[in-house]
Write a protein that binds this ligand. Structure first.
Ligand SMILES: [Fe+2]
Length: 435
């Protein structure tokens, strides 16, 4: 006789964090047989007419009853939001501005914006800003369309079922680095931790439908922001090129992004708004770096950088740029892909053994960062200054946040607390990773 007391079905045992890390370290699948077997990109519109084309696109494609746009911005980009709102009103598109995005997307801001969406019922999200604005918009898409969904447990492999309320997500980046305008990923801040901790919401349905690269909106970035966001783009492209997962599509994006960054970032840093060509190329390079890393995986620099960013309050791009040389040396033990990058830095490999060549390559990466007053070790940092005492007092917390960071699982080598701790120690005074 059948037992009338129904028991909840037993859940399949879930792999532990350690098991996941070991599994990812074993997946040396840089080939068409790898785990990434598609290439997804938004429609990217760039060049002198991008702003006009943004307005024309919405005018031509929004039907009556759909002409409601929520423009998402922050304090710095509200001026651009106002400009676009005025342009939209001239073609009879209603726009509401929510400029409440906070740096790195703390989750409470999503609740605030979701309430506005409930009343306003926008058909378009138009995000204008840096990574925080673009990433917050991705989180908000989920909150708006699926309020019951737990943001902390979204799987990129299961359908999300959004775009029932929204017709378009349009991204307009105002920095050149995060690549968020081209990717499915968003980094937000979990406020349940003290200090707050980064978490990721990633899903193919969160890729913007369109990205408009409007050079006028990035030309006035100050030198520090230009350098730090540009180094973020470099870390995406170089860190993922030397990883062990990827495809020729990702490689093409990363190699060309690195070439562009090496040529145009120092110019954008030095000449700012006077060098529109450099600004424009950096916008494209940042999107290419985004497309590169999202179809492979970022380096260990991003796990360490996310941690240092939160624990010691340092700009994301500055952190990941600082840790990039450590990624390159760490990956060298399992891959020779770094050799492909030497010619991009103008390094001739003739008559040099691997050690000599790698030393020259690593020095070139550091020289490039130094050329824009960027740091390559923590001791060198000026914005902010971190004392040896503060750094080592926080070392255990830095390790804990890095090892549990969402992108730590994507590192192509086995890592544990001791290894992460050693990398942090080496990064204090710039020692080359030799393990
Ligand atoms: Fe990044």
């Amino acid at each position: 006789m059948e037992n009338s007391t129904k028991q909840a079905p037993e859940q399949a045992p879930q792999p532990s964090s350690e098991q996941l890390m070991e599994l990812m370290a074993m997946l040396k699948a840089r080939a068409l047989s790898g785990i990434i077997t598609s290439f997804r990109s938004p429609n990217i519109i760039f060049g002198m007419t991008a702003l006009t084309r943004l307005i024309t696109h919405l005018d031509n494609n929004l039907e009556e009853g759909e002409r409601r746009v929520l423009i998402i911005a922050d304090d710095f980009t509200e001026k651009y939001a106002n400009l676009i709102s005025n342009m939209l009103s001239k073609v009879n598109i209603e726009a509401k501005i929510w400029a409440g995005v906070k740096p790195e997307g703390p989750t409470y801001t999503l609740d605030e914006a979701a309430k506005i969406c409930e009343d306003y019922k926008p058909k378009v999200f138009l995000a204008i800003g840096g990574g925080s604005v673009l990433d917050t918009t991705k989180g908000l898409m989920v909150r708006y369309e699926k309020p019951e969904m737990d943001l902390f447990s979204i799987s990129p492999l299961a359908p999300l079922g959004i775009r029932k309320k929204l017709k378009y997500y349009i991204a307009v980046p105002t920095t050149s680095g995060t690549g968020s305008e081209a990717t499915l990923a968003s980094m937000l801040t979990d406020m349940r931790f003290d200090p707050p901790k980064k978490f990721t919401v990633s899903h193919p349905e969160l890729i913007p439908d369109y990205s408009f690269l409007i050079t006028d909106f990035v030309k006035d970035m100050p030198p520090f922001l230009t350098m730090a966001t540009g180094l973020d783009a470099l870390a995406h492209a170089a860190g993922s090129y030397v990883s062990t997962i990827g495809t020729p599509f990702a490689d093409a994006m990363n190699i060309y992004a690195i070439k562009e960054i090496l040529k145009y970032l120092p110019r954008a840093y030095k000449y700012g708004a006077k060098d529109i060509e450099a600004r424009s190329h950096m916008q494209i390079a940042a999107s290419m770096g985004g497309l590169g890393f999202i179809h492979s995986r970022v380096g260990i620099d991003h796990a360490l950088g996310h941690s240092m960013g939160k624990v010691l309050n340092v700009h994301h791009g500055l952190c990941v740029g600082l840790f990039l040389p450590y990624t390159l040396a760490f990956q060298r033990k399992i891959s020779e892909r770094w050799k492909d990058l030497c010619p991009l830095f103008g390094i001739n490999s003739k008559d040099k053994n691997d050690d000599e060549l790698f030393t020259e390559f690593l020095q070139s990466v550091k020289d490039f960062i130094h050329s824009m007053n960027g740091p390559v070790c923590v001791k060198e940092m000026k914005n902010p200054v971190i004392t040896e005492e503060t750094y080592f007092k926080n070392l255990d917390l830095l390790v804990q946040y890095a090892i549990t960071d969402p992108v730590a699982y994507m590192v192509g080598r086995y890592i544990d607390n001791d290894i992460i701790k050693r990398i942090f120690e080496y990064a204090w005074d710039g020692r080359t990773i030799d393990f």
